[in-house]
Design a protein around this ligand. Structure first.
Ligand SMILES: *[C@@H]1O[C@H](CO)[C@@H](O)[C@H](O)[C@H]1NC(C)=O
Ligand SMILES: *[C@@H]1O[C@H](CO)[C@@H](O)[C@H](O)[C@H]1NC(C)=O
Ligand SMILES: *[C@@H]1O[C@H](CO)[C@@H](O)[C@H](O)[C@H]1NC(C)=O
Ligand SMILES: *[C@@H]1O[C@H](CO)[C@@H](O)[C@H](O)[C@H]1NC(C)=O
Ligand SMILES: *[C@@H]1O[C@H](CO)[C@@H](O)[C@H](O)[C@H]1NC(C)=O
Ligand SMILES: *[C@@H]1O[C@H](CO)[C@@H](O)[C@H](O)[C@H]1NC(C)=O
Ligand SMILES: *[C@@H]1O[C@H](CO)[C@@H](O)[C@H](O)[C@H]1NC(C)=O
Ligand SMILES: *[C@@H]1O[C@H](CO)[C@@H](O)[C@H](O)[C@H]1NC(C)=O
Ligand SMILES: *[C@@H]1O[C@H](CO)[C@@H](O)[C@H](O)[C@H]1NC(C)=O
Ligand SMILES: *[C@@H]1O[C@H](CO)[C@@H](O)[C@H](O)[C@H]1NC(C)=O
Ligand SMILES: *[C@@H]1O[C@H](CO)[C@@H](O)[C@H](O)[C@H]1NC(C)=O
Ligand SMILES: *[C@@H]1O[C@H](CO)[C@@H](O)[C@H](O)[C@H]1NC(C)=O
Length: 815
């Protein structure tokens, strides 16, 4: 009987694998300096559901400002200032969010000042525990804080040591930029009302942050399992320096003034909040639920009550885990037994986790206009995720993805432009082109239709391509808009390139606008056939800044700065340098040397311009070699010394370009070596900011053994990391990727777990849907619509197995 019972449980367990156990939510939480987030993934750590509005986690403050990176709220050793409801994940630049907080306190006696987090913030003892949907930490004062999240609400559970018990709610709390500056967030004002039984409601308004956002308002509703014995409001003069708006004084932080039931502070006025106190000495644990809404406190209360019906923290954790397993992890199934490399399991499921934290699905929560369309915020940014993340959403999350695209189009309809970045209900910033165009085209060519109004979608793309956006005079780059659209259209349309004397980021934006226009040409095929040739021609305009005779490091032909008068400025020009790769540089987050490979729609011209396949290959070989980088990459460097920089998005597809030479084995070798070198199941596990999961999705494609070519129906074939993998695509089809090592297997190896993947990873042959396949790429139609199989035969020797056509260059055109 016992045996049967065990077997039954085992079978049940096999059918319902808890993949969440393989997720390490701390990958990316540290950078190269142990104990610091600085130079790391800037990830969010805490409780969240896939694409959830609420991401509950701790906010921290670093004693060493030089090493302060608070973007995700969490830092390994920073002092905790609060647990708050909203966070970004993976973003660089200035922090955004870290709002709607609570902070458990064991004393409010002097020197504690409710308006000064430095007087009550807490160091942590022991190690934090982070799992999917759950986080736990212990403060120096003995309080243990645990938390979890539902979609618009969170639950916090505090275990207090004997003594005083308070919970502080500081409506004026937000994640600061510790070194200050133009893009620091600001608290605008708010309101709080205390009701009997410890229920509190109100709102806070906040603005600024990396995307230079306008103010937005978040309503909240909180309560406690045990009503507090005393509940008081507080307020006090705001002494935060609010750049560009209101600097109150350089004086000290004043003391909070306690009040009774309500506080209101109009725009740029006082800070405010509430303090709850429990005096029952036999009580040691207090749980609290908080709901948030962008519409009203009623909705916030409703979310709290319906999403978290009890104060049972574990019930909320279980619900979150179940949602992650069902909607995310179980869509990629691999064997999980002990013979499988456990590190690879952690990398696979953690990467899936991180690519599903953003954007935030705020459907029904758009305060700006009334619409029945879905609404998403926290595209942070499309510049990062257009390259391969969205192509994975397309397969794994067709309904969320359709919602994202409808939302992008709805934003255009009501605000005039689709975003490239968007957060806090505000477009910004644009780092290169208008990359919503690429996202829409990628979905369109692969047949995503559903409820998307493609007439409108194409109109929105055309706005990007034709209408110069208003300049918002950003401090980052006052020359033209970085809020939305294409800031350098004034060059792009009349000149056919972006000039170095009239525009910033001339090289990188020329390359990106070209791909954006290719994207238009692809959607125009179905929506406006008369436009196809026009945008195809414009997609070749990168060629206008190609300096055919420029030689650097024995390689000839590079993108180069060109003046508006048509002449190139090659005086002292070194394509391996970018002058900081920032907003005002000639190229953004990569050097012209790197951008010279970033023309996914016309690899054929690129190969020709670089002197043919042999020269192209040796240039690719060169940029993969250590100690070739000449540009100081600063905090983004991740120890990378090759020109090829996997830590920044422009180079994501570059290691796969060998497929265009029918030397697929070199794509496998280089991409796998980058993955092994820079991606780890460790706190310092990604090479720089994870960028809303962009780095993580790059790794997933690498592990699948395929790589999508954005805005095309093409997938390049590389080499898979698992022997058998089933992926649920398009809702209910199955893509199965299998690998055997029956080819020229390394015979000296013994165990299959180590020989597979570690040594025998070169492709010997491929079958698709059972038939042998002689191309190193396939089309979306082949297996991504109704599902299908890819069978790899892998071995230890590099082999040129592909005899078919190289991948297509659908934008091939020589100006
Ligand atoms: C802060 O960190 C930097 C970089 O590690 C170090 O040089 C500096 O001495 C530190 N400052 C303090 C006050 O610890
Ligand atoms: C905490 O206090 C510091 C120093 O006054 C301030 O810069 C910061 O904005 C405050 N808030 C948080 C959440 O760190
Ligand atoms: C915390 O984790 C580290 C690294 O895993 C370990 O060495 C250390 O013993 C742990 N500390 C505690 C208090 O558990
Ligand atoms: C709070 O209530 C008490 C008792 O009703 C009253 O004496 C006091 O003035 C009130 N304080 C404020 C700030 O309203
Ligand atoms: C993939 O699906 C096939 C067909 O249902 C099944 O036989 C195989 O065991 C699955 N593989 C994994 C790793 O789940
Ligand atoms: C689709 O969008 C177009 C262009 O904005 C609009 O004219 C049309 O009414 C929309 N169609 C539907 C069904 O909403
Ligand atoms: C590049 O070199 C070729 C051959 O040396 C020459 O014909 C051509 O004029 C040069 N082009 C430019 C733009 O200097
Ligand atoms: C360029 O080529 C010359 C001649 O083949 C060689 O001597 C030199 O080392 C090469 N330079 C670089 C940077 O590869
Ligand atoms: C040409 O570029 C160099 C840097 O490579 C720069 O120093 C110089 O000012 C530029 N010339 C003009 C006329 O802008
Ligand atoms: C599969 O999913 C698609 C899209 O969601 C749907 O139209 C179709 O009916 C589904 N087919 C089955 C057999 O469930
Ligand atoms: C598991 O894979 C990782 C790379 O992801 C590798 O470093 C490690 O050696 C592998 N472990 C075994 C036992 O093969
Ligand atoms: C085969 O494996 C052995 C032991 O891991 C290794 O030393 C050898 O280089 C491998 N041979 C090839 C051709 O990969």
């Amino acid at each position: 009987m016992l045996l049967i019972a065990i077997i039954a449980v085992a079978q049940y367990a096999a059918a319902q694998v808890d993949y969440s156990q393989f997720v390490n939510p701390l990958i990316g939480s540290e950078g190269p300096i142990p104990g610091y987030a600085f130079g790391g993934g800037d990830i969010f750590v805490g409780g969240a559901v896939p694409f959830g509005v609420v991401k509950v986690g701790i906010d921290t403050y670093e004693d060493n400002i030089t090493l302060s990176t608070l973007n995700g709220g969490y830092t390994p050793m920073g002092k905790v200032t609060a647990l708050s409801m909203m966070h970004e994940s993976g973003t660089g630049g200035y922090p955004k969010y870290g709002i709607i907080p609570q902070m458990p306190l064991t004393t409010i006696a002097s020197p504690v000042n409710l308006l000064d987090n430095q007087t009550y913030s807490q160091s942590r003892v022991g190690n934090d525990t982070a799992r999917v949907g759950y986080f736990k930490t212990q403060f120096q004062n003995g309080v243990i804080a645990e938390l979890s999240a539902a979609r618009h609400s969170g639950i916090m559970q505090y275990s207090f040591p004997a003594g005083e018990k308070h919970v502080l709610v500081d409506v004026s709390h937000y994640l600061p930029s510790q070194s200050g500056g133009y893009s620091d967030q600001i608290y605008i004002g708010g309101e709080i009302h205390l009701q009997t039984g410890g229920i509190y409601t109100g709102y806070g308004a906040y603005g600024g942050g990396w995307n230079e956002g306008a103010p937005f308002t978040v309503y909240f509703c909180g309560d406690f399992d045990t009503p507090p014995d005393q509940a008081r409001t507080f307020r006090g003069r705001n002494t935060d320096p609010n750049p560009r708006y209101h600097t109150f004084s350089d004086g000290p932080v004043p003391q909070a003034i306690l009040g009774n039931t309500s506080e209101y502070a109009g725009p740029l006025n006082d800070r405010l909040g509430a303090l709850f106190t429990w005096t029952n000495s036999s009580l040691s644990q207090i749980s609290s639920r908080v709901g948030i809404s962008f519409i009203s406190t009623d909705k916030a209360c409703n979310f709290k009550n319906t999403e978290i019906p009890s104060y049972d923290l574990i019930a909320t954790v279980s619900a979150a885990v179940q949602e992650w397993n069902q909607d995310v992890f179980s869509k990629v199934q691999v064997a999980t037994g002990s013979s499988v490399n456990q590190t690879n399991l952690a990398l696979l499921y953690s990467s899936l986790y991180f690519m599903h934290l953003m954007p935030s699905d705020r459907t029904g929560e758009n305060p700006l206009w009334e619409s029945t369309e879905p609404y998403f915020d926290d595209f942070y940014t499309l510049w990062d995720i257009f390259r391969n993340t969205v192509s994975l959403y397309h397969l794994l999350q067709p309904s969320y993805y359709e919602g994202m695209i409808r939302s992008l189009i709805d934003i255009w309809r009501y605000e005039g432009f689709m975003p490239d970045g968007r957060s806090g209900n505000y477009n910004g910033l644009v780092q290169g082109g208008s990359n919503a165009d690429n996202v829409l085209a990628d979905a369109y060519v692969k047949g995503l239709r559903g409820g998307i109004n493609w007439t409108a979608g194409y109109e929105a793309m055309k706005k990007d391509a034709e209408v110069q956006p208003y300049n918002t005079y950003s401090f980052d780059d006052p020359s033209a808009s970085v809020k939305e659209g294409r800031g350098a259209l004034y060059d792009w349309i009349p000149l056919g390139y972006i000039s170095v004397d009239k525009s910033t980021r001339a090289v990188s934006r020329t390359v990106e606008y070209a791909l954006n226009d290719f994207a238009l040409s692809q959607v125009a095929k179905g929506e406006a056939p008369e436009d196809v040739q026009k945008y195809l021609n414009r997609s070749a305009q990168w060629q206008n800044i190609w300096a055919h005779n420029l030689t650097s490091l024995n390689f000839t032909g590079f993108l180069a700065p060109r003046f508006a008068d048509g002449t190139f400025n090659l005086t002292g020009y070194n394509p391996a340098l970018c002058g900081g790769c920032e907003w005002k540089a000639i190229s953004y987050e990569a050097t012209p040397f790197e951008y010279s490979f970033v023309v996914p729609h016309d690899a054929e011209s690129l190969i020709q311009f670089m002197g043919g396949p042999t020269a192209f290959e040796s240039r690719l070989d060169y940029i993969m070699q250590p100690n070739t980088s000449q540009q100081n990459l600063g905090a983004n460097g991740a120890g990378i010394t090759t020109i090829m920089n996997i830590g920044n998005e422009p180079d994501f597809a570059t290691p796969y370009l060998y497929n265009y030479l029918n030397k697929q084995w070199k794509s496998v070798q280089t991409s796998r070596s980058l993955a092994n070198q820079y991606f780890h199941d460790a706190n310092y596990g990604v090479p720089g900011n994870s960028d809303a999961g962009a780095l993580n999705s790059w790794l997933i494609w690498q592990m699948l053994g395929i790589y999508p070519v954005v805005t095309q129906t093409v997938y390049l074939i590389s080499s898979p990391w698992f022997e058998d993998l089933n992926m649920t695509i398009n809702g209910n089809s199955t893509l199965r990727i299998m690998a055997t090592t029956s080819g020229s297997q390394n015979s000296t190896s013994t165990t299959s777990a180590s020989s597979f993947g570690q040594e025998n990873f070169y492709v010997q042959s491929v079958k698709i849907n059972g038939a042998s396949w002689n191309k190193n790429w396939f089309d979306h139609e082949d297996i991504m619509v109704n599902g299908g199989t890819i069978e790899f035969d892998l071995g230890s020797s590099p082999v040129v197995w592909e005899t078919g056509d190289v991948p297509p260059s659908p934008g091939h055109l020589v100006l």
